[in-house]
Design a protein around this ligand. Structure first.
Ligand SMILES: *Cc1c(COP(=O)(O)O)cnc(C)c1O
Length: 393
């Protein structure tokens, strides 16, 4: 801990826990103390920690070839691309491979400018799209943006869930609208019915591109392979990362061919994109999601979790609202959640916060019902603790 603390940027806020191993939805420290992991690598570990298929695929690939740039053809990459476009909606068939979420967004923003010849981007209040300067310009949170202004010009933020507010700000310069179907970092807010359809129609009417950021919602998280399937709306560009490769760093920007092809040779590129090891891990991970029906599992367990949390809400005045889709769950409290998150950690449950007041749960989709029950019990204890601290006397 001392070494890491002394030599890590202070921008990374750490918990006093060392994790050395994990399987499924459980991780453990050097003493063997176990934690139920409802952080899930911030929505990365959808197939669980150290999924046997992913391990096997990485082991096999690591002996054959670790890296070859995407300027040369590779079998592991071709296999992965075939797999990926097999699960994305019909017209989304052209892929640019990246190494992280923010890179997938950067690529989408460049495509939007190139395809339309315009530079305006409409994003949403509470939206999160990454932290590099382009994607940060799409991210809403003032605390993340302010210290680094001026950002990229041309970004406007409108109310999430409100079609009319998009119509109001569209101009001659608008290139694209970027939206998370379920806002993650912003506190788990689900697109209201009719919203995405309305946005799609506005974009079509005005010749504007629609970008879905499914970096957090993709790969089974919300109970469908991609969250867009809940509404049946297909964007022009889809940004992916997080759960794509079973924990291996990877991302992808997937677009309609005509849209992707607006990028001319050498106008965009990266060094590590399409790395064969990442591709092998991703193929195995997608196979696991399909074969083990993890999206369906997320839907079923998500419903159970919402039910159990609603019961908890009836017992605890402090819980303002419980919401979620699949295994992407937010528990909004009437008070800051910091102490509850810390107390949960001490009791063997890892959870995230989203903003000041929301506890966010992003467990691996392989989590068992017993583990979820245990998680609920611990959450209940933590909230009980907050309440008893607030009682006078
Ligand atoms: C995490 C996240 C990103 C950024 O991904 P990084 O890999 O951290 O760069 C972008 N958009 C959404 C919706 C995310 O959840």
């Amino acid at each position: 801990m001392t070494i890491e603390s002394n030599h890590t940027s202070k921008t990374i806020v750490k918990r006093p826990v060392i994790i050395v191993g994990g399987r499924g939805a459980v991780v453990w420290d050097p003493q063997g103390k176990e934690y139920i992991d409802c952080i899930g690598g911030h929505g990365v570990c959808n197939v669980g920690h150290c999924h046997p298929k992913v391990i096997e695929a990485i082991e096999k690939q690591v002996r054959r070839l670790i890296h070859i740039p995407d300027s040369l053809y590779n079998d592991a990459r071709a296999t992965f691309l075939q797999k990926l476009i097999g699960i994305t909606p019909g017209e989304l068939t052209s892929v640019f491979l990246t190494n992280s979420g923010t890179e997938s967004v950067e690529c989408a923003l460049k495509i939007a400018r190139r395809y339309t010849g315009k530079h305006g981007i409409i994003a949403t209040i509470r939206g999160f799209h990454g932290r590099t300067l382009g994607s940060l310009s799409a991210t809403w949170k003032p605390e993340y943006r302010k210290p680094f202004e001026p950002l990229v010009p041309g970004f406007t933020h409108v109310k999430f869930g409100d079609v009319g507010s998009i119509e109001e700000v569209i101009s001659e310069d608008t290139a694209a609208v970027i939206i998370e179907p379920v806002q993650g970092e912003g506190g788990v807010h689900i697109a209201p019915n009719g919203y995405l359809k309305g946005v799609r129609e506005i974009c079509d009417d005005h010749g504007i591109l629609l970008i879905f950021d499914e970096i957090q919602t993709g790969f089974g998280r919300t109970g469908k392979m991609f969250a867009l399937e809940h509404w049946g709306i297909v964007p022009d560009i889809l940004c992916l990362a997080k759960g794509i490769a079973g924990g291996f760093p990877m991302g992808a920007t997937v677009a309609k061919e005509e849209v992707m092809d607006s990028l001319r040779p050498l106008e965009h590129g990266n060094t590590f994109g399409g790395n064969p090891l990442a591709c092998a891990a991703a193929t195995a991970s997608i196979d696991a999601i399909i074969e083990e029906k993890l999206a369906e599992r997320a839907a079923k367990l998500g419903r159970k979790l919402l039910r159990d949390l609603s019961t908890l809400q009836k017992e605890h005045e402090l819980i303002r609202e419980v919401r979620g889709l699949g295994l992407m769950i937010g528990v909004e409290l009437r008070v800051p959640v910091k102490d509850a998150v810390r107390s949960a950690t001490e009791r063997g449950l890892l959870v995230l916060s989203a903003g000041l007041n929301v506890i966010r749960l992003l467990p691996p989709l392989v989590i068992t019902e017993n583990q979820l029950d245990r998680a609920i019990t611990i959450l209940g204890e933590c909230i009980e603790m907050l309440e008893s601290e607030r009682r006078p006397g």
